[in-house]
Design a binder for this molecule. Structure first.
Ligand code: MOS
Length: 760
């Protein structure tokens, strides 16, 4: 196929764009049912302890038709395993007992005929607690840090010795803030029972996982549950893993024999699901006087919860960037009395790469060398430094070189505080982007109908990133049918198995399935076309192809053709339907069946004895700091990325630009604050949780390099994923640019005016 031979697919406009801007795209909370009841959550006001009494009588007096609490809740089947061993974000199921494990924990679900009554009734619930001491102060608890599932220790050479002997040494602590996803669309569940059949409308990045989770908790068969999520109004990881409110809403619906809708309030979203946990990195980095990185140690601490110790480790990605002979890197977790974290926008890479790429910049400064040249000089090259496996593709050096040209790096003067424009101090910084490649199994079903339309069905979810368009494009390419006659249906657990929309894996996993189903459909149509008595009878199938609404001969001079609608008249039912299952080669059978039954199950980024698979990129940032007010802005950013074949440059560009904006957002704005006296988040709203607006974002330029991925047996589409790549490295590039502008090294994110004002 021609598109498989070129690095860039066609730039298609979003096939779902019109439905979104006109409002005809229906989001989960817009689905309604006859006799629908509305629910409101009540959450705990203490961080640890238990409920000693809960009085629901006033709520019932004002019209609550049900108040679900731990006293009358259904008993759910417990789970021993949080994601990735299971589906759920945490093993803890609230409202199964009177125990309180975090502030903001759901303690009651109030159901009424209207939202207003549900909210009022919820405000009348009287709760008494017995509080035990809580601990939510991450930085004070590092001594309790432990190793847990998913944590790595990477050791190579004799770090202490090599570091002690290094000519230049950096020994510094970096930290990043807790961040919440804050997607525009809130969490919601609309649950309806039809007999023993449960229907869930909920914005989800993983409908198959949610189905499996609910089946397990309720003791149902998966085919008794349908999870529907055709459009998602932003997820960023928050909607990937099942959260407790879904089952609670389903219990309420079963109890009252009516469909129930719960829309989680903005403030409750901070504790109903997860967040990016705070991190602290102790980095030591040493180099020789001639600019060779020699020794690297990284103690990466991140926060988890008392319910589940494991969280988001971080030290893999930094170790993939440069060749460093002596390494000692460790992941450690600190469990606190907070809700459990969950993946958010490159969860493992953003905080640890911020620390590491800042330290690299510090070493370059100590050496007095250009930080871009320093990175190129230490580039890991063709093999993964951790495993010594070949990279399936890696364009990091090319991205740095090309990005430097686009950005005008050559005009950067070496010394900090040496560039100015009027009242503004100008700083230029760079940083590396990296994100692992995951490829998982996926299935697609194609139906070609006599009116020339093509239906593509798969359970995978489009987060708004462009997957509908990519899937339609893949079918269109193979089938030769124009894109406007292709209808893609996604985000429904009844459809053929689809990958989870997380880990930037959807395109690489789904495109091979869509292609395979399209090829089968085309081959069957052509096989029908060459039967006796028909215009294309007896021709070699290889000489035929579909062009728009007809099968035509591609032999020069042969004008024979037949309309698809005519061919399909001979097919029983008048349509062709084909399903194909894609499995990356070498995926162990146990992983495959685990994936089909709603578990994690993908290859990557390290495929044993074969490949190390990562996407890479280079980011360049110009910051301006006002010399009087310390106003701090990213005025310009350039990102160059190598992510394998690009399915659709238009939507990929948009994702990469969006990733860089996330990076600016976490670099300068986002932070969830905790009042440790109460163990409670305090800025749980969009007024006090700072996010950039359009005026905060200057010029952003994105380029994608041509890249061929060699891991064809695992990644046959050649596409590596762009969803999370571009949020990684932006923070370091900003911090490095702030240092260049002001001479002030800020070792935490976000960086705010307060960090630099006294340096001016
Ligand atoms: Mo993403 S944080 O892998 O949904």
């Amino acid at each position: 196929m021609s598109e498989i031979d070129s690095a860039f697919g066609p730039s298609l406009q979003r096939v779902d764009g019109r439905s979104k801007v006109t409002g005809s795209a229906r989001y989960a909370a817009e689905y309604t049912f006859a006799n629908l009841a509305h629910a409101r959550l009540v959450t705990s006001s203490i961080a640890r302890g238990c409920i000693t009494s809960i009085d629901t009588s006033l709520a019932e007096e004002v019209g609550a038709v049900l108040v679900l609490t731990h006293q009358n809740n259904d008993v759910l089947v417990p789970t021993e395993s949080a994601y990735p061993a299971g589906q759920a974000q945490t093993t803890f199921l609230p409202m199964q007992s009177n125990e309180i494990r975090y502030s903001g924990q759901p303690i009651a679900l109030v159901v009424a005929d209207s939202i207003e009554i549900a909210e009022y009734a919820a405000s009348l619930i009287q709760v008494e607690y017995a509080s035990t001491g809580h601990e939510t102060d991450f930085s004070s608890q590092l001594k309790r840090a432990q190793k847990a599932d998913g944590a790595q220790d990477i050791t190579r050479g004799d770090f202490e010795q090599v570091f002690a002997d290094a000519a230049v040494r950096i020994d510094a602590v970096y930290s990043t803030a807790t961040e919440h996803h804050n997607a525009m669309e809130r969490f919601s569940t609309t649950a309806a029972w039809e007999g023993s059949q449960l229907i869930i409308h909920e914005p989800s990045q993983w409908v198959i996982g949610m189905r499996a989770h609910l089946a397990d908790r309720f003791g149902l068969e998966p085919d008794q549950i349908r999870v529907i999520s055709p459009f998602v109004g932003g997820g960023f990881g928050s909607k990937a893993l099942p959260m407790p409110h879904t089952a609670l809403t389903a219990i309420a619906a079963r109890r009252i024999g009516r469909p129930v809708k719960l829309v989680v309030s903005r403030d409750q979203m901070f504790t109903v699901g997860g967040y990016r946990p705070a991190s602290i990195s102790h980095v030591r980095l040493g180099a020789s006087s001639d600019g060779q990185l020699l020794a690297y140690s990284h103690d990466y601490f991140t926060q988890s919860s008392r319910s589940d110790l494991a969280g988001m480790p971080g030290i893999a990605a930094p170790n993939v960037l440069y060749r460093i002979p002596a390494v000692h890197a460790r992941d450690r977790f600190v469990d606190l009395d907070l809700n459990h974290p969950t993946p958010m926008r490159a969860p493992q890479e953003v905080p640890s790469i911020f620390a590491f790429e800042s330290a690299v910049d510090e070493v370059a400064h100590e050496l007095g060398v250009d930080p871009l040249a320093f990175r190129l000089r230490n580039d890991a090259g063709a093999r993964d430094p951790i495993t010594d496996l070949p990279f399936s593709s890696r364009s990091l050096a090319q991205c740095f070189t090309r990005g430097g040209e686009l950005f005008g790096w050559a005009k950067r003067s070496l010394a900090p505080r040496s560039m100015r424009e009027g009242d503004w101090l100008v700083g230029l910084g760079c940083g590396a982007s990296i994100y692992p490649v995951f490829v998982g199994p996926a299935s697609a079903r194609i139906r070609l109908t006599s009116d020339g339309r093509v239906f593509v069905h798969t359970a995978g979810q489009d987060l708004g990133t462009g997957l509908y368009t990519v899937v339609a494009g893949a079918a269109s390419q193979v089938l030769g049918v124009p894109i406007d006659r292709i209808r893609v249906e996604m985000g429904n657990s009844d459809l053929p198995f689809g990958s989870m929309a997380a880990g930037s894996r959807s395109t690489a996993s789904l495109v091979p399935a869509v292609r395979a189903a399209s090829i089968r459909t085309r081959d069957r149509l052509i096989a029908e076309a060459i039967k006796d008595q028909h215009p294309l009878a007896g021709r070699d199938p290889a000489t035929l192809s579909i062009v728009s609404n007809a099968v035509v001969s591609t032999v020069p001079g042969d004008m024979a053709s037949e309309l698809v609608s005519e061919i399909l008249k001979r097919v029983p039912g008048g349509f062709i339907e084909e399903t194909a299952d894609f499995t990356p080669e070498g995926l162990p059978l146990a992983m495959l069946s685990n994936a089909y039954s709603g578990g994690e199950g993908a290859l990557g980024p390290v495929v044993e004895k074969k490949w190390a698979m990562y996407s890479f990129g280079a980011q360049f940032v110009e910051v301006r700091v006002h010399k009087l007010t310390a106003q701090l802005r990213v005025s310009r950013a350039v990102g160059v990325f190598g992510a394998g074949r690009i399915a659709n440059p238009r939507t990929a560009h948009s994702q990469l630009m969006g990733g860089m904006i996330w990076g600016i957002s976490s670099g300068l704005f986002e932070a969830t604050k905790i009042d440790n006296r109460y163990g409670r988040y305090v800025n749980t709203n969009l007024a006090e949780y700072p996010l950039p607006v359009c005026a905060d974002i200057g010029s952003i330029e994105v380029e994608m390099v041509e890249e061929e991925d060699l891991a064809k047996e695992i990644n046959p589409s050649g596409m590596k994923g762009v969803g999370e790549l571009a949020v990684v490295g932006t923070g370091a590039a900003i911090a490095n640019a702030v240092f260049h502008a002001t001479g002030r090294r800020v070792r935490h994110l976000p960086i705010t005016i307060e960090d630099v004002i006294d340096a001016l």
